[in-house]
Write a protein that binds this ligand. Structure first.
Ligand code: UPG
Ligand code: MN
Length: 753
């Protein structure tokens, strides 16, 4: 892409802003100093311990915590963000200079992902401020659902009214389900004409909504004769069917709209989302072959109509072509539950993200991301490929046996901006598209290994981004105001844990692949500190073990009458107390700086413990089982919920609900053992004769009792779950299983003492 440097207005289109981080650094170093002194104290005082086991375990755990803290400090050390200026862009460039963009939306299950949500995603994207003839939107439907196809056809028809309406009145929120329910946007423009059109539009949307709603509620029926639009869907089995590709709209003032359901066959692995993304890449390569690709999950929508203009600021604002391999907008959530009761709105990662942004750039998070096609096709920053210089055989090996695919790839790789001559109509390309959407097309090619989205991890996003960084590309994140994209966070405890489990599982798998960050630093072009950042995320799963161990240590000590902390009348207790206070205050201060409440801080800190000891544990175990060949990874799709703005103000919103998921068990177990320990401890305290032996009381492990109470408070919701009714109660089998485990634990403790 040419960069317009000869310009009178020399103001930059995008700017990297470095944030002052001195105070945070100082506090982080203080915490580190405390951690290190604790380790030294542990080692030095080891021989004085009556009970060496808890001391030793505590040492191991604290070594690990210190290691993780060092990673965290390295990541957060520099803080920066990127600002973009779309108004400058429009003064400098003409729309016809903008590149074409292929937009990918993925959906996989019309029940877990209600159709109407996906359709709103699509509407918001079709209506962005960008020349429509430069956009093509591809929807990948992994469910092969006629309902989704039907909805897409209806939605495209509605879009023909909706898009001009949005552009005419410069509507800010272009996902109708948000627009029509937000109070502020209602009659901003009071002209009669607007009011009239607003009402028409609302009726049309209600119509669309009802059609989709009605169609969703019963098994979708359609005529199966040969000429029917739905003929392809007759008797299809969603996991075993031929590819279905349909061009729904072509050059009508709207972006092109294309429906894709890739071929599935139970004999062949379809690689979940990564597989879907590769089919989207190939089909779009054959059809429109835009140099930029934007991918959006079906649960997100464009919240800022200028998002593509912000994107162009990144594209045209970088003088150096190597400065970005991909760039993304953060995943923020709409209508997030107040104070984030499940800790899944990711706000706690804000400073980590800004830190990584100051390194090689943000991880690829799977959605809201603009990729350059040539980067996805495997180019490294310094590769220069002349037109026609790659042999057909090489292309064949990398991109597969479709002639159209190879031709389009060669064009991208050589960076030729020449428009494909005699631009064929999309419909005439369907045959070629169906070919590249085949379930065996990847075999014997580099798809999923070196090009496209990489296979082998259910966190295909992190893996794919890592591979790109490993080749030396940088990445950029920018968050305009209003936020570019909004999505829905998992609505329940278990759906949130399931998502976290998948992430912990997927990222850990990366460490056992040939894309290990350390390898990429040594052999490739991954920056060392960026590699540390990847380790930080890849180690989520293993973090469960020391956390569990540390959370059961107080219980162990109280039950066996041993200690893992200094007694409270000994001076070194200052170290532990110091860490506890400073760390919590530091985290609270971080939350405060982002405008969070005390409540939210507490929720985040408590859910940090809950998630790591439940979801991450299962992610970790799953990878271990996989390594010995006993398990396979599955991409469990997150449940999505259709909510309009004035949704229910139910007082139970945000309350923990449970099902029979085994992930609950370690939580209840930790709760049980600490409860048993506390009962033990309190009984012992009652027996002491306080007149004589104060010192003995001090020796009884008040520190351990405090820790036990702290753990219990973190798992307080689980305690409520023990007594809750219906979905608010933890199912009896889970309670029983946890009880048995806790019993074993206590028994084990006793046999050790
Ligand atoms: O076989 C599949 C499974 C999923 N998807 C799509 O993948 C997207 C993400 O799935 P979702 O259930 O919403 O997962 P999340 O946990 O919310 O996703 C996060 O984590 C994933 C990796 O674990 C990334 O792919 C996502 O982009 C990122 O938002 C959705 O559009 C799905 O329709 C498919 O197309 N095919
Ligand atoms: Mn999602």
């Amino acid at each position: 892409m040419a960069i317009n440097t000869q310009d009178s207005t020399c103001l930059p289109l995008q700017e990297k802003i470095v944030h002052n981080n001195k105070t945070a650094r100082a506090v982080e170093l203080v915490i580190l100093a405390f951690l290190v002194s604790m380790l030294i104290y542990r080692v030095v005082s080891f021989k004085d311990q009556e009970h060496s086991l808890p001391w030793f375990l505590a040492l191991l755990c604290e070594l690990w915590f210190t290691f993780i803290w060092i990673l965290t400090v390295c990541i957060k050390w520099n803080q920066c963000s990127t600002k973009t200026y779309p108004d400058r862009l429009l003064k400098r460039l003409n729309e016809f200079e903008f590149p074409t963009i292929d937009i990918f939306v993925t959906t996989a299950d019309p029940i877990l992902e209600p159709c109407i949500i996906t359709m709103n995603t699509i509407l918001s994207l079709l209506a962005v401020d960008y020349p429509a003839d430069k956009l093509a939107l591809y929807l990948s439907d992994d469910a092969c659902s006629p309902l989704i196809y039907y909805s897409l056809v209806e939605t495209t028809m509605f879009a023909k009214l909706w898009v001009p309406f949005c552009k005419k009145y410069n509507i800010q929120v272009r996902a109708p389900f948000r627009y029509f329910t937000s109070k502020s946007s209602r009659f901003k423009d009071v002209s009669l004409e607007f009011q009239h059109e607003w009402k028409t539009m609302k009726n049309e949307y209600d119509d669309l909504y009802n059609k989709i709603e009605v169609a969703s509620q019963r098994p979708f029926t359609f005529t199966c004769d040969h000429n029917s639009d739905f003929a392809d869907f007759c008797d299809v089995n969603r996991s075993d069917h031929l590819a279905i590709i349909k061009v729904i709209s072509e050059s009508t003032g709207l972006p092109h709209v294309i429906y894709i359901s890739r071929e599935k066959n139970s004999q062949h692995h379809h690689h979940y989302k990564a597989g879907a993304m590769n089919v989207l890449t190939r089909v779009s390569g054959v059809m429109t072959n835009a140099p930029l690709m934007l991918n959006v999950d079906c649960d997100m929508y464009a919240n800022n109509p200028q998002v593509f203009l912000h994107a162009m600021c990144i594209v045209f604002g970088h003088k150096n072509d190597q400065d970005w391999g991909f760039f993304e907008f953060p995943q923020a959530f709409y209508d997030g539950l107040k104070d984030d009761p499940f800790g899944n709105q990711l706000d706690n990662l804000y400073y980590v993200e800004n830190g990584i942004a100051a390194l090689q750039g943000p991880f690829y998070g799977g959605s809201n991301c603009f990729h350059r096609r040539k980067v996805i096709y495997g180019l490294s920053p310094n590769d220069k490929i002349k037109n026609g210089s790659i042999g057909n055989e090489d292309l064949h090996k990398v991109f597969g046996n479709s002639h159209e695919m190879r031709e389009s790839a060669a064009q991208i790789l050589s960076g030729s901006n020449a428009k494909i001559e005699n631009q064929k109509s999309l419909s005439s390309l369907i045959e070629a598209a169906i070919h590249v959407a085949g379930c065996t097309y990847d075999y014997g090619t580099d798809w999923g290994k070196k090009v496209g989205w990489l296979y082998g991890s259910v966190a295909e996003d992190i893996l794919t981004g890592l591979n790109i960084h490993g080749r030396g590309w940088k990445s950029v994140v920018c968050s305009p105001d209003p936020l570019a994209f909004l999505g829905c966070a998992p609505p329940t405890l278990v759906s949130s844990l399931t998502q976290q489990k998948r992430w912990a599982d997927g990222v850990l798998e990366i460490l056992f692949s040939d894309k290990n960050p350390l390898l990429l630093t040594i052999k490739g072009n991954l920056w060392f500190r960026q590699a540390l950042a990847y380790y930080w995320i890849c180690l989520w799963g293993p973090r469960s073990i020391p956390e569990l161990c540390y959370a059961s240590l107080p219980a162990y000590c109280i039950i066996t009458g041993s200690n893992f902390l200094p007694k409270i009348n000994e001076r070194p207790i200052i170290i532990q107390v110091g860490i506890f206070i400073i760390y919590n205050a530091y985290f609270f201060w971080e939350c405060k700086r982002q405008g969070m409440s005390l409540r939210m801080w507490w929720n985040l800190q408590k859910m940090g413990r809950v998630t790591s000891m439940t979801a991450w544990l299962f992610g970790f175990l799953n990878v271990m089982l996989k390594l010995v060949g006993l398990s396979k990874s599955v991409f469990e799709i997150t449940q999505k919920e259709y909510k309009s703005i004035d949704g229910d103000d139910d007082k139970n919103v945000g309350r923990f609900t449970y099902n029979t998921s085994p992930m609950i068990i370690p939580g209840v177990f930790i709760l049980f053992v600490n409860m048993i320990a506390l009962v033990n401890g309190v009984l012992r305290l009652l027996k002491v004769d306080y007149n004589d032996i104060w010192m003995e009381v001090l020796g009884l492990g008040l520190g351990e009792m405090f820790c036990s109470v702290w753990v219990m408070v973190c798992f307080w919701e689980f305690l409520k779950g023990l007594f809750g009714n219906g979905k608010y109660g933890i199912p009896y089998p889970s309670i029983w299983k946890s009880g048995v485990l806790a019993f074993f634990f206590v028994h084990l403790c006793r046999s050790f003492s």
